[in-house]
Design a protein around this ligand. Structure first.
Ligand code: ARG
Length: 443
């Protein structure tokens, strides 16, 4: 028998295949689906598409459902396609035909769009918590170790003196720029697509401004075709924001594994934070850094994965978009876990003092010696030659003291400025606006 003859088994296979991972992925969307519906029915009543008695019934039941969901008592039953169908099913089981009325003037296409935007907003907010914590720790460590010098490298060759103060705070400042990109992703997520229906609007006199306000969005996706085009695009922008953090963390891990290597020996960790070997009894391996590095490198492929799934799709809804959930949803937790693990590791880092007293590092100070001559009036090129000759003749001696005073240098880290930037970027998100609206909607 052929598929299109719609025998029952084939139908079942198609339903299962097309639901795919939605029954688990959509659990993340459940509370947001309820909130989207609450806003939608409030608006429907305001334009005369529901009576106030119907609104009262429906919103009471949706609020109950929201409680059940947040208490972890929500499942998508076998045979039910997705979260939207499950919630409508629960409503009609409880309230009868009035439950079906919540779908006037909308499609699952804009329903999932608004769920995703609300979910992304919340995930972005919760991501900023471990980001801020790691940032704070990095600044704290930078201050604590600002006088501990370490080698700076270019081409992975000894270059100039650096410090642990610089090293830690470099990653703190990197997180600030990552946060700026995340803010762009937040702003893109913070626009209301609800009311675009299947992607072409509705002949009902929907009040899209009202649902925008009720859900605490900054603005609307006005054009209904664009609202639908935002699916995939939002995910791609978000993926690239996540991948920026991943790149920062991955580089930090690479540094840490290198500095922990015995030939460097700059840092160490308590034994319980490292792992042993089943054959070599002396081993203390940096597995946490390696796995964070691998997870983060993997996260960096996410923008590409999203871009390829949506490549060449014309405007309008396509079921392809559903796959993006399983790509993007787990990434938030992965990144949060990585941030938390790095926080744990770095909270316990031990830094070796007096590293640069070792003879093998003396050439790091060659530029310091050149600069001393320059300050005595010798032109830079001549001073460079003089020191170069001394090095070649084996006569080079240097003090291991550095006097760097300009902004962002060893002697003037400007961590206060970096902290101020972080605080101001965090404020710019205005998470409070969304929180206030959601609390009001649930009241
Ligand atoms: N599970 C679907 C998705 O994530 C929901 C929208 C279904 N819309 C449709 N036209 N089949 O895209």
């Amino acid at each position: 028998m052929k598929l299109w003859q719609k025998d029952k088994d084939a139908l079942h296979a198609v339903t299962e295949f097309t639901s795919g991972n939605d029954r688990t992925m959509d659990l993340h969307l459940a509370p947001w689906d309820v909130l989207g519906s609450l806003a939608h029915i409030t608006m429907l009543e305001s334009v005369g598409l529901l009576t106030s008695a119907e609104l009262k019934l429906l919103s009471g039941e949706l609020k109950n459902l929201h409680k059940e969901i947040t208490n972890g008592h929500f499942v998508i039953e076998p045979g039910v396609e997705d979260v939207h169908s499950q919630i409508e099913l629960l409503l009609t089981r409880k309230l009868g035909d009035v439950g079906k009325k919540i779908h006037s003037g909308r499609s699952r296409n804009d329903q999932v769009l608004v769920d995703l935007k609300l979910f992304f907003r919340a995930e972005i907010e919760s991501l900023t918590i471990p980001v801020r914590e790691l940032f704070g720790l990095l600044i704290e460590k930078s201050e604590a170790h600002k006088n501990h010098l370490m080698p700076g490298y270019t081409h992975l060759q000894l270059a100039m003196p650096s410090s642990f103060g610089l090293w830690f705070a470099a990653y703190a400042e990197s997180l600030v720029d990552d946060l700026i990109c995340l803010q762009a992703a937040y702003r893109v997520s913070n626009k209301n697509p609800l009311g675009s229906a299947a992607g072409y609007g509705s002949s009902f006199p929907l009040n899209r401004r009202l649902t925008t306000e009720l859900l605490g969005f900054e603005d609307l996706n006005y054009n209904v075709v664009y609202a639908q085009m935002g699916r995939g695009k939002t995910e791609r922008i978000l993926a690239s924001a996540l991948s920026n953090f991943a790149a920062t963390l991955s580089k930090l891990c690479m540094d840490a594994t290198l500095f922990l290597n015995q030939n460097f020996g700059f840092i160490s960790f308590p034994e319980e934070l490292t792992t042993g070997s089943s054959i070599m009894p002396h081993k203390k391996n940096p597995d946490v850094f390696e796995l964070v590095r691998a997870r983060c490198n993997d996260l960096m492929s996410l923008p590409n994965e999203v871009a390829l799934v949506i490549a060449n799709l014309p405007s309008g809804y396509h079921r392809d978009l559903q796959i993006l959930k399983e790509k993007l949803f787990p990434a938030f937790k992965t990144l949060r876990d990585c941030l938390k693990m790095l926080h744990l590791m770095l909270s316990n880092i031990e830094v070796k003092a007096d590293l640069l007293k070792d003879e093998k590092y003396r050439f790091l100070f060659s530029v310091e010696e050149v600069n001393k001559l320059v300050l005595q009036g010798v032109p830079f090129r001549d001073a460079y030659r003089q020191i170069g000759l001394k090095i070649a003749e084996g006569q080079f001696k240097a003090s291991d003291q550095v006097h760097h005073t300009h902004e962002g240098s060893i002697g003037n880290l400007n961590n206060d400025r970096i902290m101020a930037m972080m605080e101001s970027e965090l404020k710019n998100f205005r998470f409070g606006d969304a929180q206030v609206a959601i609390e009001k909607l649930l009241r």
